[in-house]
Design a binder for this molecule. Structure first.
Ligand code: CP
Length: 315
């Protein structure tokens, strides 16, 4: 069974194949979609709020001819509120759907689900852990916008402790040659030691910086993230981190003309709206790419594709 649980499970060849498939999906989506998954059902089980991930997965499934059963706020509106364990819910939903896309507040929840599921599980974000499908669409966007990933300088800015998208993206970028990473975070939310240890092991060059203006002048990709109020231990911890870094027109002026700005969204003030019309602002194109990457992933999960069957290495 093909689960999508972590960025770690993909190698370069699989990424190249996935991106080619996403391009084909985009072509087909523009022509009205495909009937590849007719008769299949996707369950979207979201214990945390979402706009992009849930809707783009649902859109992807429908564009492939499949159907969707869905719950948002599953902690309140599913039998979790009656005390049902995640494992029991997953066992039952496995008999109602052909694939389960799950977002949960706990790190490792997707792995727990995959252990008992009898259908593929896709991790749509597990607490402050990982968000592999987001990082795949981030990487796809970089490749599409800049024509390559090897040799790029990529800055990740904002909430790097709790920001699961940066963890997954750092793991994926480590698979490319000559990539340099610049981590720019408020003092209270630095990039985790676990991520740095992985980059050290893979020989990836990275820098922890505090001066965003200096970094913005040299990077090819500026990946901005929201300070996630909901994950900070206290309001005062959050307030110390919020508003420290912002992309605004003066910062834009310092950036290279051929660089791009990405953000997984939603934003909460860290990118000024005046930046949106600049051609380097690629974050809405990035969100749109989510549909094509997720079409490709659903096809792989349901059509015995290339996504790794072996998840034991991730445990
Ligand atoms: N990027 C992302 O995960 O957005 P949502 O929380 O809206 O799904």
């Amino acid at each position: 069974m093909y689960h999508v649980l972590s960025a770690h499970q993909f190698d370069r060849q699989q990424l190249d194949e996935l991106f080619k498939t996403a391009e084909i999906m985009e072509f087909n989506a523009r022509k009205g979609g495909l009937n590849l998954l007719g008769g299949k059902i996707m369950a979207a089980l979201f214990f945390e709020p979402s706009t992009r991930t849930r809707f783009s997965f649902e859109s992807a499934m429908m564009r492939l001819g499949g159907t969707v059963i869905s719950t948002e706020n599953a902690a309140q509106f599913s039998s979790a509120i009656k005390g049902e364990t995640l494992e029991d819910s997953i066992r039952v939903i496995s008999s109602y759907a052909d694939v389960i896309v799950m977002r949960h507040n706990e790190v490792g929840a997707a792995m727990r689900a995959a252990k008992v599921a009898t259908v593929p599980v896709i991790n749509a974000g597990d607490g402050a852990g990982e968000h592999p499908t987001q990082s795949l669409l981030d990487l796809y966007t970089i490749q599409k916008e800049l024509g390559r990933v090897d040799g790029l300088k990529v800055a990740m800015v904002g909430d790097l402790t709790y920001g699961r998208t940066v963890h997954s993206l750092a793991y994926l970028l480590a698979k490319y040659q000559g990539v340099k990473l610049y981590f720019v975070a408020p003092e209270s939310c630095p990039i985790p030691e676990k991520v740095k240890a992985f980059l050290d092991e893979k020989g990836v060059e990275y820098f922890e910086e505090t001066d965003l203006e200096k970094v913005a002048e040299i990077v090819d990709v500026l990946y901005m993230t929201r300070i996630q109020k909901e994950r900070f231990p206290t309001q005062s911890d959050y307030e110390r981190a919020a508003g420290v870094y912002k992309i605004d027109p003066p910062l834009l002026d310092r950036m290279k003309s051929n660089s791009i700005i990405l953000h997984p969204l939603p934003r909460a003030g860290e990118i000024a709206p005046e930046v949106d019309d600049d051609p380097r602002a690629a974050y809405f194109r990035q969100a749109k790419n989510g549909v094509y990457i997720r079409m490709a992933l659903l096809a792989y999960c349901l059509e015995e594709g290339m996504v790794s069957r072996d998840t034991t290495a991730l445990e």
